[in-house]
Design a protein around this ligand. Sequence first.
Ligand code: PLP
Length: 404
Amino acid sequence: MFQINENYQKLPGSYLFSSIAKKVDAYAKANPDKNIIRLGIGDVTQPLAPAVIEALHKAVDEMGKAETFHGYAPDLGYDFLRKAIVEHDYKARGCDISEDEVFVSDGAKSDSGNIQEIFGPDCKIAVCDPVYPVYVDSNVMAGRTGEYDAKSETWSNVIYMPCVAENNFVPEFPKETPDIIYLCLPNNPTGTTISKSQLQEWVDYAKKSGAVIIYDAAYEAYITEKDVPHSVYECPGARECAIEIRSFSKNAGFTGVRLGFTVVPKDLTCNGVSLRDMWARRHGTKFNGAPYIVQRAGEAVYSDAGRAQIKEQVAYYMKNASVIKQGLMDAGYTVFGGVNGPYIWLKTPNNMNSWEFFDYLLENANVVGTPGSGFGPSGEGYFRLSAFGSYENTVAALERIKKL
Ligand SMILES: Cc1ncc(COP(=O)(O)O)c(C=O)c1O
């Protein structure tokens, strides 16, 4: 008789955003007259940039003619896209990354969930706490995390690096040496980040301790401060110890289009085995490429027009971020983030826990946010508001919150 992967049974509850959706749906059904403003999930709301739409139309037309039709994409992705990525995301920032180190994918969620596959079952992971839940959950599924303690909401075999107001949301080197270090910077959910010299310390630490860094830079387009690195490869030594994951979802609104990429440098090896070659093998076996049409759309993101247009979109969301941040401060909240990331992280008032504040905000302001505890135990007592709504809704939500 077949058996299931028992590790799945260890996962507590449902995925955070399904729990939120269920609660909001129930509230909306019971209160059909209420106008609910959703500043919870990190999905974008602005339409795709005109340059992207133009590229999509053109690519669709190409697919309708035998001479320009495209079937399966090359394993690593089309050259035209990998060239644009290397040129704009890496060379322009002084990072030494070559096209055959870039693996185009359907997004950062799948890559950040799948990357653990190329590591041994006994590797110990370290995660920022709070953080995007996919890193821990995908390692739970792989059986790497030990047992779950419902009381502390922690896994026995995971190293948690608390990122809280007291340490300015900067992860500290753990007491126990990890094998795999997940860094998500700028961070989801806190919207905070670290300086280049702080990241360099992590690169030096990883090299010294024989660990690998998985650097999720999905929000790099939101960085506004000069001293904040956009890529881990801005730090010397990172080619030997870091994998970087990127997404087109947040910088260019591709959440429904699906495109991302992962960089695995050739210098990253383990006992003489190239991780780049392992990821190439995995990619070739389990993934059949992002669609040609979508890769052309990705190329358009790097065109002159595309770059100007997505810069405007990012600025639009960052204007929302400042509306939220300022509005909350005016209302007396303690607020973080929102300067180098599209999330505002607030301390819940009156010692409410994260889910209590979720209910309070939903019921009294009809505003949906995300409970901090859903991102890890150190997120308890905090709450995330997203800048990805429309400007009008963001302003209206803050007016309601100020009146509470
Ligand atoms: C840190 C982080 N990484 C990855 C993703 C997923 O990106 P994608 O849409 O490319 O799968 C998200 C989405 O919210 C995220 O917050």
